[in-house]
Design a protein around this ligand. Structure first.
Ligand code: ZN
Length: 163
């Protein structure tokens, strides 16, 4: 287990996929519960399922509604409110990062390393852009007593109109 909330992000790249329709607690007991323990959370069935859905298949950008849809297909009952609260809790613990679009739509990003995003307006989808792929210049002077904590940029893309 090498989950470090403050640096690189947790990855499940080497993990075998699990059929979410046939989840049993034994299957979920290992990595998911270890991950939850590492941030001081008790591994409830609901948290285990959400952890698996979130981190079980590479980096993702999901809304609470998207994750709720996926969780509804598992054999564990989870309300939208619980999904929402759990995601916000995970964000506070540094397991995921919030990315807000239009101030109303919030995505939760499992890649907590510094990076930027493309936002596909027609598909409502975020794509990671590595930090060094956007060159920033000419930043205004920072107010005294402050330093930059993070710059994350969302570059909005729309489909070209034909003709
Ligand atoms: Zn991202």
């Amino acid at each position: 287990m090498n989950f470090r909330p403050d640096s690189s992000h947790f990855t499940y790249a080497d993990l075998e996929p699990i059929d979410i329709h046939r989840l049993d607690r034994g299957q979920l007991r290992s990595r998911e519960s270890e991950m939850l323990h590492s941030v001081g959370l008790r591994p409830t069935a609901q948290r285990l399922v959400l952890t698996r859905l979130l981190f079980g298949n590479g980096d993702r950008h999901v809304t609470a509604e998207m994750l709720y849809e996926e969780a509804s297909r598992s054999n564990v009952q989870i309300s939208l409110a619980t999904v929402y609260n759990t995601l916000n809790h995970f964000a506070e613990l540094g397991m995921v990062r919030r990315v807000s679009i239009d101030g109303s739509k919030t995505y939760f990003d499992t890649n907590v390393g510094d990076h930027h995003h493309f936002y596909l307006e027609n598909k409502h989808e975020l794509i990671d852009v590595p930090l060094d792929h956007i060159a920033l210049g000419g930043l205004p002077e920072i107010p005294e007593g402050y330093e930059i904590s993070r710059i994350d940029m969302v570059v909005r893309l729309r489909r070209k109109s034909r003709g």
